[in-house]
Design a protein around this ligand. Structure first.
Ligand code: 5GP
Ligand code: MG
Length: 195
């Protein structure tokens, strides 16, 4: 399997990720411990699935989990300015404290769409916990809801990254680390194939 050969450089190793996820989970457990109702964790599919799985096992409070799917990139590397919610949450979040778990905040379009959507469902607060943040690429400002907080794992330089849930053309999500693809695998018209 030559998947590793497609990676030019590793940005965060398995161990660095695990340590940082533990820190975020204890911060969240501490910040929400005074609330009596279960915290609602909403993962943004598909990219956040590994981050969500890791962080929920380290949060020590009662939680419920759901997923939402938002169309953004398709199979390229260019952000879509008008994200669409293609699969909504199933649980009732009225009056609940919600944390949206994301893989990356890039332009901010996805989160700004999600914030107004979740606020309209009556959440008491909506926080964001993103594994990576690319502040240099922000185009849209998003408001947290109520007393919502912003958590981030790492600040990401302006590269297109893959691994730890994040894909290029649906590949590389299962890499246990985060890395940058070699340019020949992200160039326009390239269909990533693993040989
Ligand atoms: P935004 O709407 O903030 O521009 O983009 C958010 C979504 O774009 C993220 O949730 C993520 O799925 C995707 N995205 C942004 N940057 C990257 C990147 O470097 N690599 C991958 N694989 N996805 C990215
Ligand atoms: Mg995402």
């Amino acid at each position: 399997m030559a998947m590793e050969d497609h990676i030019e450089r590793i940005l965060w190793t398995d161990e660095e990720i695990s340590n940082r996820v533990s820190e975020l989970a204890s911060q969240i457990s501490n910040d929400f411990k005074q609330f009596s109702s279960a915290l609602v964790i909403i993962g943004v599919a598909t990219g956040a699935f590994l981050f969500l799985a890791d962080i929920v096992r380290k949060i020590t409070l009662p939680i419920t989990v759901d997923f939402i799917r938002v169309g953004s990139y398709g199979s390229g590397t260019v952000s879509n300015a008008s994200p669409i919610i293609s699969s909504d949450i199933k649980i009732d979040i009225k009056g609940k404290h919600v944390i949206v778990v994301e893989d990356i905040v890039d332009t901010g379009n996805t989160l700004s769409c999600l914030m107004s959507h979740l606020e309209s469902k009556g959440a008491c607060s909506v926080s964001v916990c993103t594994f990576l943040d690319k502040p240099a690429r922000r185009k849209v400002h998003f408001e947290l809801v109520g007393e919502g907080k912003f958590y981030r794992g790492f600040e990401c330089p302006d590269y297109f990254v893959v691994g730890y849930g994040m894909d290029f053309a649906e590949l590389y999500r299962n890499l246990p680390y985060v890395g940058v693809l070699k340019p020949e695998y992200t160039s326009d018209g390239c269909v990533a194939t693993i040989s």
